[in-house]
Write a protein that binds this ligand. Structure first.
Ligand code: GAF
Length: 391
């Protein structure tokens, strides 16, 4: 039997670049993947449920200690470098170093001693495509520094560090899903994560000739992060309204459709729309997980469409390009479900599609998309892979 360990050519390219820049040929190399999310969008920061998986596209990072207290970084995808002290850390105008520096800051705040280090990274994860390249970079950093400085952190702690780095150093008030999936991913398994208790279960993604097709709108909305933070505030505003009548309620996880209709609806129409989406989406994750576990992919696909409808009309985080793609594929044979994935405002739609229709479907849709939206459609097959590890 031939060994099935994947050979990552990007890993060797990153190691080669590291040697070129820093003259070290045994740097630690780490792979940290992006993620897909089958269903459960904007539920993570509301203490709800999500259904993500790590994928075959990833960030590769080579790293080694320095003898001084400096951080030297090189991003191959941008052909840019960064140099600065390990303490005090200041946000960089280049933006990408902040995902790494934010993790260093979190480790320092926890009292860990992180010395100077050199680092080179590159990825085959498309940036800004909603596949969570930022979480992959943060996860890679937390994992690599843990190894490099022997910090003894467990995986959940590293996930939390990566999330806090994004919240506090980068400024996106994201939930835990992306880092969790990147770190805890398992080949061919999806993960049902309860974002309140952090209990999680793996179950096999029963493909039966189905594939996860990611259609990349190539739209990167500049408002994505500010609107994301606004959505989070709107959910919190909904919780506050409900708490006046139901003090036990801690998050939208504890809120029912009835509470929303009685309390939030009459008080604030917009907040009602936002919160209704979250409460409904949570229910879809739970019911959708059962669909998948008993192999009813048709029922699951319908929930994906319902999720998109809610994301577009109630949560208003879709965009014309994603709406167009979901609408188009919904008319095609062999497509079971489709929806906007991730934070929203562009990036990828996730589509559950029969393997044998993919070529015909993309050949048909791409020119139509170009004509309708004046953009080049890109697509990827999302294969479910293991989480962050040493290569
Ligand atoms: C982004 C965030 F980073 C996640 O935490 C999650 O909220 C997602 O948007 C929406 O489900 O990817």
């Amino acid at each position: 039997m031939i060994a099935t360990t994947p050979v990552y050519s990007l890993a060797s390219q990153v190691a080669k670049k590291f040697k070129e820049i820093f003259s070290v040929d045994d740097a630690l190399v780490v792979r940290s993947p992006g993620r897909v999310n089958l269903i459960g969008e904007h539920t993570d920061y509301n203490n709800g449920f999500v259904l993500p998986a790590a994928i075959d596209k990833a960030i590769f990072m080579a790293i080694d200690r320095r003898s001084d207290e400096e951080v030297h970084l090189f991003a191959m995808d941008y052909d840019q470098s960064y140099r600065g002290p390990v303490k005090p850390l200041t946000p960089s105008a280049l933006h990408w170093p902040n995902y790494i520096l934010g993790v260093v800051e979190q480790l320092q705040q926890m009292g860990h001693s992180v010395g100077g280090f050199n680092c080179v990274f590159a990825g085959d994860l498309p940036l800004g495509a909603g596949l969570s390249s930022s979480a992959a970079l943060e996860s890679a950093t937390a994992f690599a520094l843990n190894q490099l400085f022997g910090l003894g952190l467990d995986t959940m702690t590293m996930v939390r560090i990566a999330q806090k780095a994004e919240n506090e150093f980068v400024g996106l008030q994201c939930g835990i899903m992306d880092m969790f999936a990147s770190m805890f991913g398992r080949k061919d398994q999806v993960i049902r994560l309860d974002c309140q208790s952090l209990d999680y279960t793996y179950f096999p993604f029963q493909t039966n000739g189905l594939r996860i097709l990611l259609l990349d709108t190539k739209v990167e909305h500049s408002l994505a992060s500010s609107e994301y933070n606004i959505r989070r505030q709107q959910c919190e505003a909904g919780v506050k309204l409900v708490q006046k009548h139901h003090p036990h309620v801690k998050s939208l996880r504890d809120v029912t459709a009835g509470m929303l209709a009685d309390i939030v609806g009459p008080a604030d129409e917009l907040i009602y729309k936002r919160c209704s989406f979250v409460v409904e989406e949570n229910a879809r994750v739970l019911a959708g997980t059962e669909d998948l576990q008993r192999g009813d992919v048709a029922a699951f696909g319908q929930k994906m469409y319902a999720s998109h409808e809610g994301l577009s009309r109630k949560y208003e985080v879709s965009c014309p390009e994603s709406d167009w793609l979901v609408e188009q594929v919904s008319r095609e044979e062999g497509v079971l479900g489709a929806r906007q994935m991730g934070g929203g405002f562009g990036g990828c739609t996730i589509n559950l599609v029969k393997a044998d229709v993919i070529d015909g479907l993309t050949a048909k849709i791409a020119p139509l998309y170009r004509k309708a939206m004046n953009r080049e459609l890109k697509w990827y097959i999302g294969q479910i892979e293991n989480g962050t590890s040493v290569v």
